[in-house]
Design a protein around this ligand. Structure first.
Ligand SMILES: Cc1ncc(COP(=O)(O)O)c(C=O)c1O
Length: 519
């Protein structure tokens, strides 16, 4: 009995001692109320306040005691209150909570058990994905190149992205739409964004669609996955261009699709099917600018492809990933715009126009497919961030999108010309450039096939990282070549990188000890 009586007194005394220990630094950048909050919280977590009868001194006493304003004390105490460290008893004051919030948040550490080493069963779906990366290799993303590595294919100049404008619009949409942007939202995508994208595509890509055909997605890859899952059953055939964007193969494999690589000629994908071949249900193409060879699909091939799709009841997936960046002549209309049978699934992305990290793209779905696409999106991850979608809608409707495209097209045209001139000067003895009409990459064919292993080895060592064309080939047997990106680097950086590559090649050519000749 006497023992129990003495405890609360001891605790109360301790609480006073703890407040004495509060040290506030008026010169620190951390506000005083945050310092006070943090130090009281840490005291409480240390257990010295854990007795629920611990009553806190009034804010007036505490303020006088510490020589600070009452409002500073009130701010600190109200935060502790809101987080559950303190509780009020009407008429009696403020007390330490019986159970601190940590007791509801922190799981008990389980006893450690000896790990059992047994092989894990992995699904056939994972094994089917053509992706050899492991562990930290995934941290570099699909391009496999971290910051500081140059001339990597398909990378846009993200340092030109107008962050300040984006942030201003983002703040404005949040102020206007508030909590409406924080809820679960439409599976089809932000209504304003769908309207803005439909208008843009009709005006500039000669598409024919209305906003209800637009489905906002998390980039081109998701557009492919949704489309493949909607129109193909596992085991059914999709044609893809060979060579092809490597993510397309990964996505279609994930969808359980049977991939049939198709060769390319100077008009685009070669439409050839033997009688015993299963007909395709979907044909994936990049007509504006074939990836990676840079061919623009001719008008005749476009109409032939549409006829073939119609005749075989197949869908064409039109990946229009970088159509905005053309440097020679006007673009051909999108396949979607010349299709009158609802066979084209058109998809675009902001990855090249703005930046890939936004993970935003759009589909123009044939009307009969819209609901199926949206059902899949809903089952997959519901929707993209409403805040970013609403910001993009404003970015487009206020004219920033188009202005950014025009500015970037100019910048890329300059960088492209500079790259071609410097490349031919410095590396023209080893490569022949194949200059495409559009896009952010250029193919460089080797003059001497036997140089290929040496160049591949060097580029993996020196931080100048074009991709070997063979990386994108499935069955295609092309002459050795590398795909260079030029868009994300300034003329100075382009020159430095090309000089580095040229000098490493010279050194390697002369020095047999360099370790690359026999590879
Ligand atoms: C052919 C092709 N399609 C699409 C993309 C971009 O896709 P996403 O929107 O998933 O970033 C790329 C990027 O390099 C590409 O090369």
């Amino acid at each position: 009995m006497p023992k129990r009586k003495s405890r609360p007194q001891k605790r109360r005394r301790r609480s006073i001692i703890a407040f004495d220990m509060v040290r506030l630094d008026r010169t620190a950048t951390e506000p005083l109320h945050e310092q006070l909050y943090r130090q009281i919280r840490d005291e409480l977590k240390s257990g010295r306040f854990s007795d629920s009868s611990s009553r806190l001194p009034s804010s007036r006493t505490l303020a006088a005691d510490r020589g600070i304003s009452r409002s500073t004390v009130r701010l600190a105490l109200s935060k502790l209150h809101a987080e559950g460290y303190l509780r009020s008893k009407s008429g009696s004051g403020t007390f330490v909570a019986t159970l601190l919030p940590e007791s509801f948040l922190t799981a008990n550490q389980p006893k450690t058990y000896e790990p059992v080493q047994r092989p894990v069963r992995i699904s056939d779906r994972v094994r089917a994905i053509p992706d050899q990366r492991v562990g930290s290799q995934f941290d570099l993303g699909a391009t496999g190149a971290g910051p500081g590595v140059s001339l990597v294919a398909s990378i846009p100049a993200v340092d030109e992205f107008p962050i300040a404008v984006w942030e201003r619009l983002r703040t404005q949409v949040l102020a206007k739409k508030g909590v409406n942007l924080l809820r679960y939202s439409s599976n089809r995508g932000d209504v304003d964004l769908r309207g803005a994208i439909a208008a843009y595509l009709c005006d500039f890509r000669a598409a024919r669609c209305h906003p209800d055909q637009i489905v906002i997605v998390a980039g081109m890859q998701q557009a492919m996955l949704i489309s493949a899952m909607a129109v193909l059953n596992p085991g059914e055939v999709a044609w893809i261009e060979d060579p092809c964007y490597q993510q397309t193969r990964r996505v279609l494999s994930l969808a359980g699709v049977k991939i049939m690589p198709k060769a390319l000629d100077r008009h685009g994908i070669v439409i050839a099917r033997s009688r015993k071949e299963q007909p395709p249900r979907m044909i994936y193409v990049t007509p504006s600018h074939q990836f990676p060879l840079g061919i623009t699909m001719s008008f005749q091939r476009r109409t032939a492809l549409l006829d073939f799709a119609r005749a075989h009841n197949a869908f064409i997936f039109e990946d229009d990933y970088d159509a905005e960046f053309r440097f020679v002549g006007p673009p051909l209309p999108s396949l979607q715009g010349i299709d009158n049978a609802g066979r084209v699934i058109y998809a675009g992305t902001v990855s090249k126009i703005l930046c890939p990290s936004l993970r935003l793209g759009y589909i123009i779905a044939p009307e009969q497919l819209v609901d199926s696409f949206v059902k899949i999106r809903s089952a997959m991850d519901q929707h993209s961030s409403p805040v970013e979608q609403a910001t993009l809608a404003r970015f487009i409707t206020e004219g920033f999108f188009l202005s950014h495209i025009k500015r970037m097209r100019n910048l890329y045209a300059e960088r492209r010309d500079f790259f071609i001139k410097e490349f031919n000067e410095l590396l023209g003895d080893r490569f022949i450039l194949q200059v495409p009409e559009a896009g952010l990459n250029i193919v460089a064919w080797l003059k001497r096939e036997q140089d290929f292993p040496m160049i591949k080895h060097i580029t993996s060592e020196i931080g100048v990282r074009p991709s070997a064309l063979s990386y994108f080939c499935i069955e295609a047997k092309l002459k050795p070549a590398f795909l260079f990106g030029f868009a994300a680097w300034t003329p100075t950086q382009i020159r430095e990188s090309l000089l580095k590559l040229a000098s490493a090649l010279r050194k390697c050519g002369k020095d047999s000890n360099y370790g690359c000749q026999s590879r």
